[in-house]
Ligand binder design. Structure first.
Ligand code: PRE
Length: 363
C-alpha cells in the first residue's frame, strides 16, 4: 500500500469520524430531550432494560467485521456518556449548583458573615436545659468573640425515653440570653408547623440529620426568610444532600448553610466518620456555605481540635462545636460536649493554627 493510498483512506476515515460525531451529537440532543421529560416525571435517568434492548437489537443487526462484544462495548460507552450528559444537565438546573450561580452565597447573621471567605465558629450546648446553663455558655462565646450560638430546644432523640428538649420554653431562653449577649441563635426545628413560630425566636433554623429528607419540613423552611442550617443525613449522598437543600432554595429561601456532621460507617471509635471530602466537594458543586460539626462527627472530645483544623484546611466556612458548663451532668450528649475551659483552649488552638482569625482582636 502506497503512502498516497493510506493518505486517501485516512481522509475517508476523517470524514466518517465527522459524520459519526455529528450523529453522536444528534443522538445526544435527543437524549437531553428524554432527560427533560424524565425530570418532569420524576423518573430515574438510568434505564438498564432499555439499554439491554438496544444492545440486543444492535447485535442482531451486526454483520461484522466487529465482534458482537466489541459492538456491545462501543455502544455501552455511548450510553454511559449519554447518561452522564443527562446527569450533568440536571445538575445545571439545580439552583444550589455552582453551575447556576458562580459566586458564593454569603449568609449574614448580625455582625458575622458565613461564606465570605473568613471562617467562623458556631458553639453552644447540645440541649437548652436552663437559663443559667445557656448564660454561662453565652458568656464564654462572648469572651472568645464568637457570635453564633447553637442550642437545642426540640430534641429528636434516638430513644423516646431520652430528654426531648424544653420546646418553646427553650427557644425563649435562647432568645433572651442571645439578646443580652448580642448573639445570633441557631436551633433545630423538627415539625413543619413550628417553622413560623421559630422565626420569632431564632436567627437560623436548623434542620437536623434525621430530618434531612423530611420534605414537608424542608418546604416549610423554604417558605420563610429565616436562614436555614441543613445537616447532612446519616447516610445521605452528596446528591441527596444537595437535592434536600434545593427543596428549601426552590421555595424562595436562598439563605441555606450546609452542614457536614459525619456519616455512618463501620468504624466504632468515633460516633460518625467525618467525611472531610464532603467539604471541597460541596464547595465545588454548590455556592452555599459549608459548616462542619466536629462534635457530632467525632462523638468524643479528644480529637475535636485536629478535626476542626482539617475542616478549615479543607475550606469549611465554619466549625460547629458543642459546649456545656458541666458536660458530665448534661441531659444529652454528655460524653461529647466540652466544658468552658476546654472551649477556651479549643479557640486558642485554632487561632494558633493560623487557619482561623482571632475573633477577639477583630472585635
Ligand atoms: O431511552 C432513555 O430512557 C434514555 O434516557 C436514553 C438512553 C440512551 O442513551 O439511549 C440514556 C440512558 C438510559 O440508561 C437509557 C437510554
Amino acid at each position: 500500500m502506497s503512502d498516497a493510498n493510506v493518505k486517501q483512506l485516512r481522509e475517508e476515515l476523517d470524514s466518517i469520524n465527522l459524520e459519526l460525531l455529528s450523529l453522536l451529537s444528534k443522538r445526544a440532543s435527543i437524549v437531553q430531550e428524554i432527560a427533560d421529560i424524565k425530570t418532569k416525571q420524576g423518573v430515574t435517568k438510568f434505564d438498564p432494560e432499555r439499554e439491554k434492548e438496544m444492545l440486543d437489537r444492535l447485535v442482531e443487526h451486526n454483520e461484522g467485521p466487529f465482534e458482537n462484544d466489541a459492538v456491545r462495548h462501543l455502544f455501552k460507552q455511548i450510553f454511559k456518556a449519554s447518561l452522564q450528559l443527562q446527569k450533568d444537565d440536571s445538575k445545571k438546573h439545580l439552583l444550589v449548583s455552582r453551575k447556576k450561580q458562580a459566586e458564593d452565597t454569603v449568609v449574614t447573621l448580625g455582625s458575622t458573615q458565613v461564606g465570605n471567605g473568613t471562617p467562623t465558629i458556631v458553639a453552644g450546648p447540645c440541649s437548652v436545659e436552663s437559663e443559667e446553663q445557656v448564660r454561662a455558655v453565652a458568656k464564654a462565646l462572648k469572651n472568645n468573640g464568637v457570635t453564633l450560638m447553637r442550642g437545642g430546644a426540640f430534641k429528636p432523640r434516638t430513644s423516646p425515653y431520652d430528654f426531648q428538649g424544653l420546646g418553646v420554653e427553650g427557644l425563649e431562653i435562647l432568645r433572651r440570653v442571645a439578646d443580652e449577649y448580642e448573639l445570633q441563635v441557631i436551633s433545630e426545628i423538627v415539625s413543619p408547623s413550628d417553622i413560623e413560630l421559630a422565626t420569632k425566636y431564632v436567627d437560623v433554623i436548623q434542620i437536623g440529620a434525621r430530618n434531612m429528607q423530611n420534605f414537608e419540613l424542608l418546604k416549610a423552611a423554604g417558605n420563610v426568610n429565616t436562614p436555614v442550617l441543613l445537616k447532612r443525613g446519616l447516610s445521605a449522598t452528596m446528591e441527596e444532600f444537595l437535592h434536600a437543600a434545593e427543596y428549601i432554595v426552590s421555595r424562595g429561601n436562598k439563605n441555606v448553610i450546609l452542614c457536614e456532621r459525619g456519616i455512618r460507617t463501620y468504624e466504632k471509635w468515633t460516633r460518625n466518620t467525618l467525611d472531610i471530602s464532603a467539604v471541597p466537594l460541596l464547595k465545588n458543586e454548590s455556592h452555599l456555605p459549608v459548616v462542619v460539626d466536629v462534635t457530632h462527627s467525632a462523638g468524643r472530645r479528644d480529637i475535636l481540635v485536629p478535626l476542626a483544623k482539617a475542616a478549615l484546611a479543607a475550606g469549611a466556612d465554619a466549625v460547629m462545636v458543642e459546649v456545656h458548663p458541666n458536660p458530665a451532668v448534661a441531659l444529652s450528649d454528655a460524653q461529647q460536649q466540652i466544658d468552658i475551659p476546654t472551649f477556651d483552649q479549643f479557640m486558642t488552638d485554632l487561632h494558633a493554627s493560623k487557619l482561623f482569625p482571632s475573633l477577639v482582636e477583630s472585635k
